[in-house]
Design a protein around this ligand. Sequence first.
Ligand SMILES: *Cc1c(COP(=O)(O)O)cnc(C)c1O
Length: 360
Amino acid sequence: MSLVLTVDGDRWRAHLTAVAAATSGLVPVAKGNGYGLGLGRLARRTQWLADQGLGTDTLAVGTYGELDAVHQRYDGGLLVLTPWRPFEDPATEASYQRPLQRRVIHTLSRLEDVTGLLTRQPGSRIVLERATTMQRHGMTAKELRAAGKVLQERGLDHRLEGVAIHMPLANGTHLTEVKLLMADVIGSELDTRTIWVSHLTTAELADLRQTFPEYTFRPRIGTDLWLGDREALSVSATVLDVHQVQRGDTYGYRARSAPKPGHLLVVSGGTAHGIGLQAPTGDASVRSRATTLARGGLDAAGLVRSPYLVDGKHRRFAEPPHMQASMLFLPAGAEVPSVGDRVPVRVRYTATSFDRVDVI
Ligand SMILES: *Cc1c(COP(=O)(O)O)cnc(C)c1O
């Protein structure tokens, strides 16, 4: 009855080991739904990599709330990627105990937060974030310089662990921008030689290491690490029911009528799993609607493509997905699965809640 993510354990672990061995300074990222695999599992795997001497002295999480899921499964440093804010002060959260304080590395992206955090929690480990063309979080060159001054004046009440540079997803090369940002970092005379980077290619990293040999670059990687070998992962749903229909037969919550003869399949996975909230079938402009109507058949009936594959093809939702199950329309002619069969599903791992993760 479940939407299941199946992991080929040997293959997945071999991939993790290969990436860790090839990526010096690797910082695994475990955030959100744990890339579909779960935060706890990613924390245990990061510990496993560390135990093999493959680096990973630090694990990055997205938010303070995610520390709970990882800190007992991994014993190294914990970088929080979302910048600290005074109104979400982790020091006041019950789960945030003293031993954890020594492991957490806070990201600071505004000048006022440097003083804000260090006043509340002297001794904090911090990373200063430099803004990039992402325009999400981060300080300007001027603010970074000012932060350097503030830190110098504060003396020893903090541990500066580096500067963070979060690039947008690759859109050509990032090198020119990163090099300009590095000039700002060097100009700000901070007492650190560590740069935490995101979304740089191996070639870009190699170039930066050569250009700035006195700096250590630490790539923060999630997708390419955990999901980098897609062959190691597969998603499947169970066929829960099969009903033969004739053209015009009524079905579903909205009493639709079948556009053609075929079968209705009820399969596991619905809106609660994130099914159907992704996979748009294109825009609804007048022009595209016109071509849709011209194509006729299931398009004209308004049935949209689902992520479920039956008899080798993506099949249409017979109606919008329900909370835990979906109804598909399988036109006559296709091979009809039996109740209990499993069918493949193509979903985004980061946006899907699986009922189970089976490592085999
Ligand atoms: C999520 C995140 C990453 C990891 O991104 P992937 O594309 O999954 O590798 C790196 N850096 C920051 C700041 C992030 O928020």
